[in-house]
Design a protein around this ligand. Sequence first.
Ligand code: 5AD
Ligand code: FES
Length: 356
Amino acid sequence: MYQTIQLIDKLEHTSRLTKEEWIALIEDRNDKTAQYLFERARYWQHKYFAKRIYTRGLIEFTNYCKNDCYYCGIRRSNRQASRYRLTREQILECCSSGYGLGFRTFVLQGGEDGWFTQEKLLELVRAIRKEYPDCALTLSLGERSKESYAELFHAGADRYLLRHETADDQHYRSLHPPELSAERRRQCLWHLKEIGYQTGTGFMVGSPGQTPEHLAEDMLFIRELEPHMVGIGPFVPHHETPFFQETGGTVELTLYMIGLLRVMLPALLLPATTALGTIDPLGREKGIQAGANVVMPNLSPTSVRKKYELYDNKICTGDEAAECRNCLNQRMKNIGYELVIDRGDYRSQIKEENHV
Ligand code: 5AD
Ligand code: FES
């Protein structure tokens, strides 16, 4: 335990650990060291964000996907998935109702769907940018060429989310079909950063075959990339995928990784994810208490929400789900935090202060 605490202190003071140290810190954790970690994580969370939790309105606009990731419920081989695409009008309607609820940042997320050609996407981005000049527009559309990313950026998108999923090449191969590679994934992230996007990455906790060594590599990669946001959530098996019998990730390890991320990069945007809320009714609250500072309520029309089923039992898909905003407001209040709905462009002001 002594060594684990020392490693947490070293991480806090230098922001860097060796791969061996990361492995030890992850392997040798226990309840006591986790509590110590969460205290340090909350210290930095409070220092930079006080009790403010940022919101990003998520619009899941297509569940068609050309990829076949072994873990994902909307993979192309899942013939049971009921496919949908929102029309341009429906997407703009989501933005409009989100704006009315106070959201100033929209995340357009979808599978890799060729129906939305570059032209269609550019037109969509321009339309949203024109109608909502005061809002941040985030895209989450998977892997694209650098040129495509750049055009979308110049059309008005300012942020992009692309989880690296796992930084270990071999582990990546065990989660994806041969045409996908970890190297190409990471290349996309570097392109996004070069273009000037505020970039988010992330990984699943407890994905099949994941070891502490893989998690250590994830932390090293994130330290190198220095993204604005890191989304992590437990792997949750989906019944229509090759991983239907695999064990899911735990709340405990997910929270621990959130704490480590907060201490490593204290100004990071860290969502308490829907997957975490799915495996534990108080998962998102626990995520905040471990250092997270973002929630991403669903703004998709309730009629399609059940269809964007990346994993089993995903929350916020019922009729009550139009109320995500109020629900989260109350949940955050219950634990002494406050939902804020502005763009959350805090980083330029505090970058100087950040110890990284
Ligand atoms: N369990 C948890 N997360 C998943 N994702 C996809 N499938 C699953 C699953 N079965 C995550 C991936 C992806 C993000 C949109 O959702 O990390 O990047
Ligand atoms: Fe969606 Fe509670 S956050 S229903």
